[in-house]
Design a protein around this ligand. Structure first.
Ligand code: G6P
Length: 368
């Protein structure tokens, strides 16, 4: 029924624009109570205190959310974190160290590979399961010790948008809450992290006006058969997610790479037929990224740069640039996702694909 589409052409577009509300809903409890294990259930304080390691398992976009969370949790808690694709984890044979917290991320809570991975994890050691899910009553939430819900609302578009960014928001809250519980950050540092959260929905709203510019990029991108997405640190998984979105809905072959890996392979592919989409944060790694951009430009690659304010030194190497309205700090991966969603969405529209129901894909994969 397209009656509830309102002014939007597709559910994906509607869901992109629903993100400020979805994020505010997902963060509501954390905004009210601050970082706290209590947000994850009554047993969370006890479990978080005794956690010795974290293993994240997920599929698809949820796996990319897990890759981002690793940077946050490691930095704020010092705990070792590993991230696994559920369909690979379930067929590996390693034991789990006692006290491992398994964080299972799934929009639907019904992905067969993920559920199998969980059952397998329980047989490998004394572990606890924390489910991060968008569906309150799902197989995943029933099988978990701790539950955190995202409040994205129903997502109809097969390619995940608001489900993904709300997962990231919830995972940031998890990292802060683990740090609070384990006292691994001083109170001022923790307060600084918490203070980022109230601004997140508005950071999305502020980027909406950039849709027109990204639509123009999309017109250009739609003529290519391949694209490369680059990022560093927490923006590396966002490069993976940007590439996945373009593949899923615009049917353009795209690869996401850690910018530092460029010289170990993909640089060989770069020529004037290779658009390179780069996410740049104005952080300690910006100078390293600059030299990556120089390498791409020297080989004729066309750089489309999405940057935080303060990255102007990169502009000389770029074919097109967009500067975000404000600094993004530790929330960079959540915020940078939005322009990449617009880019994939408008490229798909330009190519005339079935945006909400891309060929061969399903919203929830309940078979192996
Ligand atoms: C499918 C969907 C993806 C999703 C993945 C994992 O492939 O098309 O958008 O990321 O499943 O789904 P889950 O519900 O476990 O997050």
């Amino acid at each position: 029924d397209s009656a509830d589409l309102g002014p939007y052409r597709h559910y994906m577009q509607k869901e992109i624009f629903a993100q400020p509300v979805a994020l505010a809903d997902t963060l509501a409890a954390a905004l009210k109570h601050g970082f706290s294990p209590a947000l994850f259930g009554s047993d969370a304080h006890d479990i978080f205190s005794k956690t010795t390691a974290i293993r994240i398992v997920a599929c698809g976009s949820s796996y990319h959310a897990g890759l981002v969370a690793r940077y946050w949790i490691e930095e704020y808690t010092g705990l070792p974190v590993s991230v696994d694709i559920a369909s690979e984890y379930r067929y590996r044979s390693g034991k789990e160290q006692d006290g491992t917290l398994i964080v299972a991320i799934s929009q639907s809570g019904e992905t067969a590979d993920l559920l199998a991975a969980l059952r397998s994890a329980k047989e490998r050691g004394q572990v606890h399961i924390l489910a991060l899910c968008n569906v309150a009553h799902s197989t995943l939430t029933r099988e978990a010790d701790l539950v955190a819900l995202t409040h994205a609302g129903i997502e109809i578009g097969v390619a995940s948008t608001k489900a993904f960014t709300t997962q990231l928001a919830a995972l940031f809250t998890l990292a802060g809450s683990l740090a609070h519980c384990r006292q691994t950050l001083d109170p001022a540092a923790l307060a600084e992290l918490a203070n980022c959260l109230p601004r997140l929905p508005a950071m999305f709203t502020d980027i909406f006006p950039l849709e027109t510019a990204l639509e123009e990029w999309a017109h250009e991108l739609s003529h290519y058969n391949h694209a490369l997405f680059l990022g560093r640190h927490t923006l590396f998984p966002i490069a993976l997610e940007g590439a996945l979105k373009l593949k899923e809905i615009a049917y353009i072959h795209a690869e996401g790479y850690a910018a530092g890996e460029l010289k170990h392979g993909p640089l060989a592919l770069v020529d004037e037929e290779m658009p390179v989409i780069v996410c740049a944060a104005n952080d300690a790694l910006f100078d390293k990224l600059l030299s990556n951009l120089r390498e791409v430009q020297a080989r004729g690659g066309k750089i489309f740069l999405i940057a935080e304010p303060g990255c102007e030194a990169a502009f000389d190497y770029c074919h097109r640039t967009i500067t975000l309205p404000s600094k993004t700090g530790p929330l960079a991966p959540i915020v940078f996702t939005l322009p990449l969603q617009f880019l994939a969405y408008h490229t798909a529209c330009r190519k005339g694909t079935d945006v909400d129901k891309p060929r061969n894909l399903a919203k929830s994969v309940t078979v192996e």
